[in-house]
Write a protein that binds this ligand. Structure first.
Ligand code: NAG
Ligand code: NAG
Ligand code: NAG
Ligand code: NAG
Ligand code: NAG
Ligand code: NAG
Ligand code: NAG
Ligand code: NAG
Ligand code: NAG
Ligand code: NAG
Length: 674
């Protein structure tokens, strides 16, 4: 399909006349756009744009600048606004809406263009901090090129294959739209850079990579290339998910659900964007029935149309789903042969199809199981908030387990345990590894336990076995145990107290410097990788921070916490914190000392100092009081963990262009307009 991009607002003639002046102004504009807390005089920080389309002229983008009434922004095919709030909140914000009266392919391309054109600078910075820092003129460059080739090839094959099937098969239609949207981002990104007159490089394979961050590890193993030398590679994933149900009313008839996730990542990758896509797609390119999942919100990164840390909230007419995925590690090298992103569909398009096409957790689970590429091995928890209504009266039936072989070309077994009782369809657990997907409706067990957590260790025995996690447990002990690993214990001990948004967040961000130090002193082995595996005490912490370790220090760890919550009636509350874990230190007010009592104690001390006068006594008392307060505070803050700060850390030379220096952000609640 050939697409023409006609652009309004860029005068190529002017460019020729005074490109230097414009380039300078361009830089100023960018500075103002992204660092412009001070430059901005009255701007509201919401930069809006619209993409229009007509058969004759093709696509055309219009930037509206700041301070628009967002509700009135021209709709075109796709409109969007962007806020660069990372300095103040740790998050930027992007909301994109398309007009469902246009064909889906045009919506997808326009949605991509408007995103690329508004976020081009963040895409650039994020690439510099992550992929390019790793690949450009580095020893790994050759391996990076191999990976890029594999990603390009996969994208080209699947785009072509999906296009042909889009008129009749919903799955392939949405796979096709996924690739179209990325191509649109490429166009918008290039346009943004051209318009800025900056000579930044653009390459679509960079975008394919940004959209495959969650699966490059498996692809590397398949290609037998190595790009990470992190000690964390051998460990169970540090990311965790936690789902909890609490009684909101005395009789338990109204319940509240919490779905939470911590995700692990490199601190250089903290260019975060909270995105909301309101894409009014249809079931297939011929079927005019609207696709059920039109409203998808997620915590993401620049340039990627899926979350990558895999936390989604999906809304439709009759469903409100939350999806959280945490990685599983494969210790069985035989499994890599089943990874193939040209024979099977990568994770991004499958997630996109599942999000758009599902109105219940069962469809989501079945869609993600289709054409399993064996990449982005994950434990998924999929929750339907709208199924909370009928959970109080339950009855049990027999569990039915089905096992099917799918996909003639690659061996892929799908095991499914159907749910029972009235709560059926509330929550599914899906574990997916190369050649095997195991899913179950765990609603009954969840309501019994009142919580469910995933922390990088398989729940299903067959998955634990086939990934050799079971073997790892035999070799290295509880750190690989689903029931007694340090994080399993934290959840077992902590779930009861996690009954409010605050306490759920507190649990998810459990951390403690004393615990670090104790472990540190215990570590007493050479600097080999097995060493870290043996030191399971190291991992007694949920909000883990690699930068605080004594050995194996890395600017890597938990970088965020997300929670979505609602009861059976009210609307979803979605909050997110972007920061490696830290502790709010107690301030003086928390420890006011009773002055009356202290005064009498202290004055006794001065009885044998006859020359001292009242004022001097008062000053001395004040001094001693302050000292006592400081000591009390120090005691209270003993276990406190200081916020991560680039300039004060040993990692100040790691790539972190455009990132805030100090990471002490609190709860952020996106405020959507459309
Ligand atoms: C993977 O690469 C290493 C060298 O980098 C080589 O020794 C090994 O045989 C390769 N494995 C396979 C299965 O090709
Ligand atoms: C919630 O309410 C149900 C009654 O529907 C009760 O059985 C259960 O024990 C209650 N849970 C808690 C934690 O209070
Ligand atoms: C995927 O499978 C095809 C067909 O079996 C094969 O030609 C191709 O090399 C495989 N791809 C990778 C990356 O191994
Ligand atoms: C889920 O939705 C599909 C249609 O999208 C429907 O066919 C199926 O019956 C639903 N399943 C459940 C358990 O509600
Ligand atoms: C439970 O579901 C039934 C239909 O299956 C519905 O009629 C009833 O109103 C629901 N109960 C509640 C409390 O929503
Ligand atoms: C674990 O896998 C091995 C083959 O790798 C198989 O023989 C064994 O039966 C499996 N055990 C379980 C409990 O699934
Ligand atoms: C849970 O809360 C109770 C009461 O506030 C407290 O005594 C207990 O120590 C808490 N448990 C944990 C694991 O924090
Ligand atoms: C933890 O260790 C650090 C560095 O060794 C030290 O500065 C700090 O005082 C220790 N904190 C506690 C609570 O032991
Ligand atoms: C921190 O860890 C230490 C040692 O494990 C423990 O004694 C202390 O109670 C913990 N502090 C907090 C606030 O959890
Ligand atoms: C904390 O104490 C200071 C003076 O000691 C006072 O000005 C301030 O209002 C107090 N803040 C709170 C939140 O109580």
């Amino acid at each position: 399909m050939s697409k023409i991009l006609k652009v309004v607002g860029a005068s190529w003639l002017q460019t020729k006349i005074s490109s230097y002046i414009l380039a300078f102004l361009g830089i100023l504009a960018i500075l103002a756009l992204f660092f412009g807390q001070f430059e901005r005089i009255q701007g509201d920080g919401n930069y809006a744009a619209t993409v229009f389309y007509s058969d004759k002229t093709g696509y055309r983008i219009e930037y509206w600048g700041e301070s628009n009434e967002l509700k009135d922004i021209a709709r075109g095919v796709a409109r969007a606004y962007f806020r660069g709030d990372i300095e103040t909140n740790g998050w930027s914000l992007l909301e994109v809406e398309t007009d469902g009266s246009y064909p889906d392919e045009i919506q997808a391309y326009a949605a991509g263009i408007v995103e690329g054109a508004l976020t081009w600078y963040l895409i650039h910075m994020h690439l510099e901090n992550t992929i390019r820092a790793k690949c450009e003129d580095q020893p790994l460059e050759k391996n990076c090129d191999k990976l890029r080739d594999a990603l390009d090839k996969s994208a080209n094959i699947w785009k072509y294959y999906a296009d042909e099937r889009a008129p009749v098969d919903p799955f392939w239609h949405h796979v096709s739209l996924y690739y179209t949207q990325i191509r649109g981002i490429y166009t918008g990104w290039k346009y943004g850079i051209e318009k800025s007159m900056l000579e930044y490089e653009t390459d679509i394979s960079d975008l394919y990579w940004l959209n495959a961050v969650g699966e490059v590890e498996e692809i590397q193993h398949k290609l037998n290339i190595s790009m990470e030398d992190s000690v964390f590679e051998e460990l169970p994933s540090l990311s965790s998910s936690f789902v909890k149900v609490v009684n909101e009313s005395e009789d338990g008839s109204i319940k509240r659900l919490f779905v939470a996730q911590d995700s692990a990542g490199s601190y250089s990758s903290m260019t975060r964007i909270m995105k909301r896509y309101k894409l009014n797609y249809h079931v297939t390119s011929r079927d005019s029935t609207p696709a059920p999942g039109s409203d998808v919100e997620f915590t993401g990164y620049p340039g990627s149309v899926t979350s990558q840390d895999e936390f989604y909230v999906i809304k439709g007419d009759n469903h409100r789903l939350a999806v959280t995925g945490t990685p599983l590690k494969i210790y069985n090298n035989k499994l890599w042969k089943n990874v193939n992103i040209t024979e099977q569909v990568p994770i991004g398009p499958r997630i996109t199809a599942a999000n758009h096409l599902s109105s219940n957790v069962s469809t989501w689970g079945h869609t993600i199981a289709r054409s399993n590429s064996g990449t982005a091995c994950k434990q998924w928890l999929v929750v339907d908030f709208n199924k909370m209504k009928n959970v109080s009266d339950r009855h049990s039936e027999k569990n039915t387990i089905t096992e099917t072989m799918l996909d003639d070309d690659t061996k892929h077994t799908v095991v499914h345990r159907a749910g029972t009782g009235r709560a059926k369809g509330l929550i599914w657990l899906i574990e997916q590894v190369p050649a095997r997907t195991h899913s179950a409706d765990i609603s009954e067990a969840f309501l019994e336990k009142t919580y469910w957590a995933t922390y990088g260790l398989p729940f299903f025995v067959d998955i634990a076995n086939v990934t050799h996690t079971t073997k790892m447990e035999e070799l290295f002990g509880t750190i690989f145990s689903e029931t007694s690993s340090p994080r399993a214990i934290i959840f077992q001990n902590g779930y009861k107290n996690a009954t409010t948004l605050e306490s759920v967040i507190k649990l998810m961000r459990t951390n403690n410097i004393t615990a670090y130090n104790e472990t540190r002193n215990k570590i007493n082995c050479n600097d080999d990788n097995n060493c870290i595996l043996k030191e399971s005490e190291h991992w007694n912490i949920l909000g883990l921070r690699g930068d605080l370790f004594e050995k194996h220090k890395e600017a890597y760890g938990i970088i965020d916490t997300k929670v979505v919550t609602a009861d059976s009636k009210d609307s979803l509350d979605f909050v997110a914190i972007s920061s490696p874990q830290f502790t709010e230190t107690k301030t003086e007010n928390a420890t006011k000392i009773n002055k009356g009592n202290l005064a009498s104690t202290y004055t006794d001390q001065f009885d044998d100092v006859p020359v001292i006068n009242g004022l001097e006594i008062r000053d001395l008392i004040k001094q001693q009081q302050e000292e006592a307060e400081r000591e009390t505070l120090e005691l209270l803050n003993k276990d406190a963990v200081k916020p991560f700060q680039w300039s004060k850390s040993e990692f100040k030379d790691d790539a972190h262009e455009g990132l805030p220096d100090i990471w002490n952000f609190g709860i952020y609640r996106p405020n959507w307009s459309w």
